[in-house]
Design a protein around this ligand. Sequence first.
Ligand SMILES: [Zn+2]
Length: 458
Amino acid sequence: MNRHADLVVRGDVVMTMSDDPAVGDRIDDGAVVIQRDRIVAVTTADDAAQRFRATDQLGGPGSIVMPGLINGHQHLTGDRLLRSTIPDDLGLDLALERWALPSHAAHTGDMDELSATLSLIEGVTNGITFTVEAGTVAHPARVLDAYEAVGVGGTLGSWGWDVADGVHAGPVDEVIDRQRASIETAAGHDRVEGWVTLVGHDLMSDELVVRASELARSLGTRITFHMSPSTGDARSYRRRTGRRPLVHLAGLGALGEHVLVAHAVHIDDAEVDVLLDHDVAVASCPWAYLRLGQQVTGSFHHPRLLRHGGRIALGCDSENAGDAIDVLLAARLFAGLTKDTLGAPSAFSARRALGLATIDGARALGLDHEIGSLEVGKRADVVVVDATGPVWTPHADDPTTALVWAADGRSVRDVVASGRVVVRDGACETVDHRSLAAEAHQMHLTLVSKCGAHPRDQ
Ligand SMILES: [Zn+2]
């Protein structure tokens, strides 16, 4: 007797990315069966055909099926409408002062929604079905509208900093109230979670980070903030507290399993121990470190964190840092930096890099029960890779090496998010980015006019 299913996704290989030996790592000529927003079977194509009668089908011969990818750190607003406009040979301070901060300050609600929509479209066409917003949103409700329109999952937060001036800076009570409000905005949403999001660095007082961490704990959610992509934060904390940043935050009781720190690149041995001892997760954005010249190649502790059981997700950061919203590119660079740092090609595999983009990334976000692998009961976030293009001709029996080292998001053909086909034949079906192009260009010009670009920036 055939059961009804909404969608069956078939592939020459289904890469489940499951750690469960009963599920298995791969299924040849496999199928993922979806009912509403859930996976109801991961099996062979023959078995699926016998047991299920599907309304819709995706994939088939020449396809590789894998879980939706996870982007652990992404600024959904601010730089997106200045894509490839901020000079890439400008120092970070000037890039922030003249471009990124004026752009954020000038963002209207319409700009936040359009920025986030374009970012999420770009991400999902590259296979990303869940995004952690990095903590620089002025209009959270508008970003939630973008999540809903595109149809993917992620986290929602709001600007949070209370040290130094700035258009979004404020007293601690105000920042905490804003965080609570943005979490409430996402309450009850089935794909979007409200997180506490602070800018971090040295832009948070001890009182703010302690109360923000406690707010996340008390609401059963998580907190993310930036720390130590460069050596500046360590210098600043040493001046103020006499201690390294993560050692100081641990001393305040602000760290724990509910914390996702973006970067944590320039950290010392004691901070590595703090991250491991407190089970703090890290979002690693390798393209940002190279693009911004942050000397990651001499100070890459993330491989050591992994070796000792640390949790890491991959991130793409912002258009002034990582540029492309493509987690497969981040996975490739993370793998290369790890091999180089440890001085051995045997030190890290493409399989592990793909793990960071999927199930291990989900673990870093505390969401491995819900996303990151293709298993019965999980959210139906599924990617179909077209393995017939030039990059894939010919390809090995195990597609993992090609996925990480040869392909990138351009090989993604179809994407299912929460059971809904969001990308078909490479195009986003929920929102057509071409319909937004004229408005995006107009907003781009408005922002450029407000960014006070110095003639020598051009
Ligand atoms: Zn960031």
